[in-house]
Ligand binder design. Sequence first.
Ligand code: FES
Ligand code: FES
Length: 620
Amino acid sequence: MAADPILVEVNGEPREITADPMRRLSDVLRHDLRLPGTKVGCDAGDCGACTVLLDGQPVCACLVPTGQVVGASVETVEGLADDGRLDALQGAFHRHGAAQCGICTPGMLMASAGLLRRNQRPSRAEVEDALGGVLCRCTGYAKIIDAVLDVSEVAGVELKPETKLDPAVGKSIARRDGIDKLTGAARFADDGVPADALVMRVMRAPHARAGFTFGDIAGFLAAHPGLLTVLTAADIPGLNGFGIYPEPKDQPVLAETEVRFRGEAVAAIVGERTAVGAVEITDFPIEWSPLPAIEGIAAARAEGAHEMHTHAPGNVLIRGRVARGAISDAFDNSKISLDGTWSTGFVEHAYIEPEAGWARPTVASDGTRRIEVRVTTQAPYMDREEIARVLGIPEPDVRITPSVVGGGFGSKLDQSVGPLVAVAAWLLDRPVACTFSRQESLASTTKRHPSEMTAELAVDADGRMLGLRFHGDFNTGAYSSWGPTVAGRVPVHASGPYYVEAVQATSAAYHTNQPPAGAFRGFGVPQASLCHEGLLDEAADRLGLDRLEIRYLNALRAGQPTATGQIFDQGIGMAECWMRCARGGANTWMRRSVPMRRRVDRPVTALGLAACSMAVAIPQ
Ligand code: FES
Ligand code: FES
């Protein structure tokens, strides 16, 4: 029996919704009412991206069953602007540059609108409290909070981007894409999916390492009306592999005989949206044969550990090495030497927009079949190369259209949904869309490399860095991804932004049965920074130097060689920058964070004294 229509007011307009009353309001708003301004980051009430006003109160639309809104008023970001102008709240966000990637912005705006209806002059603490349920990975929240506190009664700018290009250097300028992000018009990868698109859902491994065999797939399809196909590795038309480098292309689009990490893709079901959503994972016909897995760097190094790839004997994907200067002399001549060990774990990028995209086949004027892929990506040209190889077609026959990206931070430099939807659309000759769930995004995409590092630092009596020894082992996970760049490059910057007379730095990247580790803001710099910054802090404390002073003393300057011997003749403004920070008060912060233990019982060098005195009282 058909469900009764649900009558509701949406953005001031009466609407009649014919939908399962248990469907999430966010889903119905986005797909049935075509109001994709409301975003979905988690579908679990955690991120707040889906915040809308329900009878004036902010709610997570992903937690509201549509049947619960009968007779209610629902307001989404699309309803804020009026008469062709941003409303006052949107105008304040625009002035403050409060929308960065923009994926959290609709949720931030609606939560703020709910607050301002109750309280037109909120305190900072009240704004923070009201926005506490909406997560932002880009802005650091300050601009958003400032914007809410700065809402004036004057409505904002016109709903068209600035076209006049005034000189921008030294000025705070409005974002050219700001208005679209404030009105919900910006199209992220899961927005604007073609109405006739089929939907894909990926079947993933529940084991870190396992063999598998498929059961009765034809029977599974027959038992699930609305499903059109199940894709497996056998369906990949071209090369079932991708990777950042020309070799190895070691990550399969769909695993062939063995999965190498928990969450790896083994198959993809494609069909009508409701049919795909109704499939119970446990119904999928697959038999698993779990195998001993390598979990962690020590297990990868262990004698007798199985080799995960032929390209990585001993499970070592790559080694890096940098050596400059006489390292033994540096330690022989030092006043003090310090050492330490550090380890770091996987870090998830956690952008609010999960991986998403859709593909559709097209036909060129000369009759050539082509594929168009719209996807959230940081690397459209790399996507084109990979998808062409996977489909076995020339690169010019692949068109990648990057969507607005709701945060990437490095991870969207890798493949995710692109090859999968491209293969499905190519084979079915229909548009196919896929959006990873938050759980899939967490389980299957790249992470920051876990590391195990040791370092020794030799320092002279003045605090100068004479020598650094470093070794870092990095867990690059099941597949190569950006491992060669990250782990291979760490020795290059293991000594940090400092001049060190002698450097001996090595690294290795090990494959494990864990998620692939890839690019993540800094390519190994954050891990190595723990070592050199930790040792510098300890050296400062032991020599009685200020922690900023020792950094100023050792800061790389023009004409000095880096760890690799590269010499910059100009453009290194770090020491001057720190000096200005000290003048501006940053050193007060440094001093507060560390009990000052400057001693007067040792001679202070001229440079050290100069740095110190400038830090304390620099003439203006
Ligand atoms: S809270 Fe609803 S999508 Fe995250
Ligand atoms: S601007 Fe908030 S998540 Fe990107």
